[in-house]
Design a protein around this ligand. Structure first.
Ligand code: GLU
Length: 468
């Protein structure tokens, strides 16, 4: 099996939001497939018809797409493969790996009570009967699992995990209505999709034992298993609502960049020495499933914010402009002609302090305000007679400025302060208030560059014609 090209898969159930744990599982499957030059597939496990919804299928596609973890081939839908699952059971019956169990509900209940009293798992008497005895009544098909010996999962992350076969019951493969059960469907699909490595959350470790027995019943090789530790909250408890965001969509809405989340998730259970920041190419080159640690990983918001800030500082300005414009629009801010250009000028000047795209959007609000800006009382109070006449003189110099760049404007402002015989502190705060209307803004020269010359002078004029 190990010399076949690697094929991994992410197999989410579309029953709600896409959990951050699913995103991490997808990432590890993707990294391992890329690292080995293999394939990474997607299977939608939609056999639970009551809980599966088209909307959450879309959530999964959107989430994987946003994360840049779309599959290499068209997705497989598990529910559409029920016939394949039933066919596999036919084959298993033919080779004696499964049997029809005609126990009535009452008989099953009685066996359950007895089994509990004897401290053993449920066993049906039909295991050892010949099909000729078959009565004409509904039946389930059960796996004829071994009752002695051990089933050992040689897990790439957890090491060898041993299950006693006497503790594993003959699980149902087909229900009385002929529909396949979950563990059967997973095995048949993984086999027919050619999956070589099953990499998933360790909440499925027990299923690995059961699925191994199904593989045996079918006479197929089991895949290589790798069960990933859970993601816990910062306090070490199982991740839950009180720890904040859990769904991939929430991280997107909170203004995290997908590459920051990828980098961050890669570090939840895996790492490369002390490296905190690494590219996808580096992660692909370094990743090996054997290096994943078995202990639960803890979510650390400070680290995520640190990484996000790093990637915000690295990102193309055009991309950030579109993302920030989107946030403003979601907040019902109507963007006017020219606002995208304003954003593109402003973003490089304010992004260093932004932990998220929401921070970045907040930091650009000052530049998008429409003239005349409503000046808060405190800002108006700065516009004394003396400051006003000083700012008028500065306005003349600014109007004459040929270059409108941060360094030249800094020089101009400093030169002006000197010529007035005062420090920048004498007029800087008033000027800043005039330019920003009291909203957070970068330094004077930065704010002026973000606004552009005409808007800066216009805002200054507006301020000078208002107030005391
Ligand atoms: N559908 C399962 C889940 O969403 C995953 C099963 C598997 O990976 O085998 O937890």
């Amino acid at each position: 099996m190990s010399d076949r090209p690697v094929v991994t898969r992410i197999a989410p159930s579309p029953t709600g939001a896409m959990h951050i744990g699913t995103a991490r599982t997808a990432l590890f499957n993707w990294l391992y497939a890329r690292h080995t030059g293999g394939k990474y597939l997607l299977r939608v496990e939609d056999t639970d018809r009551e809980r599966s919804t088209a909307e959450s299928v879309k959530v999964i596609f959107d989430g994987l797409g946003w994360l840049g973890l779309g599959a290499d081939e068209e997705p497989v839908f598990q529910a559409a493969r029920a016939e394949r699952h039933a066919l596999a059971v036919e084959a298993m019956l033919a080779r004696g790996g499964a049997y029809r169990d005609y126990m009535t509900p009452e008989e099953l209940e009685a066996e359950r009570t007895l089994a509990r009293a004897e401290g053993r798992v449920v066993r049906s008497a039909w295991r050892d009967r010949t099909p000729n005895d078959a009565p004409d009544r509904p039946f389930v098909v059960r796996l004829k699992a071994p009752v002695t010996g051990e089933t050992v999962i040689d897990d790439q992350v957890k090491g060898k995990v041993t299950f006693q076969n006497k503790d594993l019951d003959d699980l149902i493969l087909l229900r009385t209505d002929g529909t396949p059960t979950y563990n059967l469907a997973v095995v048949v699909d993984d086999h027919e999709m050619g999956i070589t490595h099953v990499i998933r959350g360790d909440d499925h470790l027990n299923n690995a034992a059961r699925q191994t027995l199904i593989y045996q019943g079918l006479g197929w090789d089991a895949p290589i298993w790798a069960h990933l530790p859970m993601i816990h909250g910062p306090d070490g408890a199982k991740l839950s609502k009180r720890h904040g965001a859990q769904a991939v969509g929430e991280f997107a809405d909170m203004g995290y960049l997908p590459e920051a989340l990828r980098n961050y998730l890669a570090k939840l259970g895996w790492g490369h020495g002390d490296d905190e920041i690494f590219s996808d190419e580096q992660a692909i080159a370094w990743f090996d499933i054997k290096d994943v640690v078995g202990a639960p990983a803890r979510l650390d918001w400070d680290k995520l914010n640190h990484l996000n800030n790093h990637y915000i500082r690295q990102a193309e300005v055009d991309r950030l402009t579109a993302l920030v414009a989107d946030i403003h629009q979601r907040r019902d801010w109507r963007l006017r002609d020219g606002d995208l250009a304003v954003l593109a000028r402003t973003i490089p000047l304010v992004r260093d302090g932004a932990k998220t795209l929401l921070d970045l959007a907040d930091a650009t609000v000052f530049a998008l305000k429409a003239r005349p800006l409503a000046m808060p009382e405190k800002a108006l109070a700065l516009l004394t007679e003396e400051t006003r006449s000083r700012l008028s003189r500065l306005r003349e110099r600014l109007a004459a400025a040929e270059s409108w760049e941060v360094p030249s404007l800094e020089t101009l402002n400093r030169g002006f302060a000197e010529s007035e015989g005062v420090g920048l502190g004498k007029f800087g705060p008033a000027l800043r208030a005039a330019l920003s209307g009291g909203a957070p803004a970068p330094d004077l020269a930065g704010a002026m560059v973000a606004l552009g010359k005409a808007e800066s002078l216009g805002r200054l004029d507006d301020a000078l014609s208002q107030g005391v």
